[in-house]
Design a protein around this ligand. Structure first.
Ligand code: FES
Ligand SMILES: [Fe+2]
Length: 391
């Protein structure tokens, strides 16, 4: 089987949204080609809210957390007046790094030649600078990044024009109620490295179709015939009643799985909430960060339930990682190009692929695309992404 022309194409027929019962999946090259990794950083990750951590990491005035968004270094700061701020974590002298990890202090100091910045981003100390001419410190403050919070979770956005975070989460708080994330206790952070494109992992999250095959224990907890998917503009929700038989989350209740485009998830089961963020690392690699929150972390019974939950979630994650890594190899095969969707169980993955198409269309419409998809290594990457106006 030879590669079809649309393998790395972004022609209008591929960017056009179809109806779910007739839709084909996006081409496999979109999951495997290095150019699409760079395109995703530009079109998707540099234009959406990226979760960077919980506010509990920024309690002390003067504290900061070092993070990444769209592959770029960012630092989020709680300044001495209690204002949350974010900046590119890049010194304006010659690009040195400021915060190399989480920290706390009165200034941010570059780790290269020691320029210091106030926590509002203004340049303060510039060592050995008396012979420099035509230099105004005001021209060399840190470059700001947007930062907003939702229910105690901190997000940054590299796009100054992006929708406010509250608009993106509109409807989530209402449907999550009565669970209040801000009132739950943070328990643990777990990081997984996955040998698959970030979209493979996200799409796997977005459908319950694989549950009976990949997760037999999880399947026993669900009333699977009532597993449903709802989609909204910025997010999708899968939900299922849990069986009335005893399970590790009690009896009955409901599982709710939100995915806020592109890479943030809320997994809600009785008494517990887990956030996931999926970070693209390379065309065939992503990092998955789980954070666990519980309504009760103190009692002995609660601690036993938490231990059971962590073990069960880790087991389910192992099953998901294994299948995602198989899928990544399948997508890279000449034996596969495009597939179809289950209407009942894969509406979330379909919604996600349409959001992706929209992000690409918006990038094309903005005229920014020429900066993004240039190959880094022409030897490895000699097939161009063709935008419609280049045909
Ligand atoms: S690069 Fe920061 S002080 Fe030189
Ligand atoms: Fe799964």
């Amino acid at each position: 089987m030879t590669r079809p022309e649309h393998f790395v194409d972004l022609g209008p027929d591929l960017l056009h949204e179809q109806t779910l019962p007739r839709a084909e999946t996006i081409p496999s090259g979109w999951f495997t080609e290095p150019r699409f990794h760079r395109l995703d950083l530009e079109a998707v990750f540099a234009t959406t809210w990226q979760y960077v951590g919980h506010l509990h990491r920024l309690v002390e005035p003067g504290s900061w957390l070092a993070c990444e968004a769209a592959g770029e270094p960012v630092v989020v700061v709680l300044d001495l007046d209690g204002n949350l701020r974010a900046f590119y974590n890049v010194c304006r002298h010659r690009g040195g790094g400021l915060a190399l990890g989480d920290g706390c202090g009165r200034v941010l100091k570059c780790q290269y030649h020691g320029w210091t910045y106030q926590l509002d981003g203004t340049l303060r100390g510039v060592p050995h600078w008396n012979l420099v001419e035509l230099f105004d410190r005001d021209d060399y403050g840190l470059v700001s990044v947007r930062v907003e919070t939702w229910d105690g979770l901190v997000f940054v956005n590299l796009d100054p024009e992006a929708e406010p975070l509250a608009n993106v989460f509109a409807g989530v708080s209402e449907t999550v109620a009565p669970i209040r994330l801000a009132e739950m206790s943070f328990h643990k952070r777990v990081v997984y490295d996955v040998q698959a494109n970030w979209r493979v992992y996200v799409e796997n999250f977005l459908e319950g179709y694989h549950v009976p095959i990949v997760h037999p224990e999880l399947m026993r907890m669900y009333d699977f015939s009532n597993y449903e998917t709802d989609v909204s503009e910025y997010w999708s929700l899968q939900h299922s009643p849990l069986t009335k038989d005893e399970h590790i989350y009690g009896q009955g209740g409901r599982a709710s799985y939100y995915c806020v485009f592109p890479n943030f998830m809320l997994n809600i089961l009785p008494g517990r909430l887990q956030t996931n963020v999926i970070i693209p690392v390379a065309p065939d690699r992503c990092r998955v960060v789980f954070e666990y929150y519980y309504s009760d972390t103190e009692s002995e019974a609660a601690r036993a339930r938490i231990a059971e939950d962590l073990e069960f979630a880790d087991h389910i994650q192992d099953e998901d990682i294994e299948i995602c890594e198989h899928v990544q190899r399948g997508l890279a095969s000449r034996g596969y190009d495009r597939g179809r969707f289950s209407v009942k169980y894969e509406g979330g993955a379909f919604h996600f692929q349409n959001r992706l198409r929209r992000a690409y269309r918006e990038l094309i419409g903005s005229g920014r695309e020429r900066q993004a998809p240039e190959p880094l290594d022409p030897q490895q990457d000699d097939v161009g992404i063709r935008f419609p106006d280049q045909r």
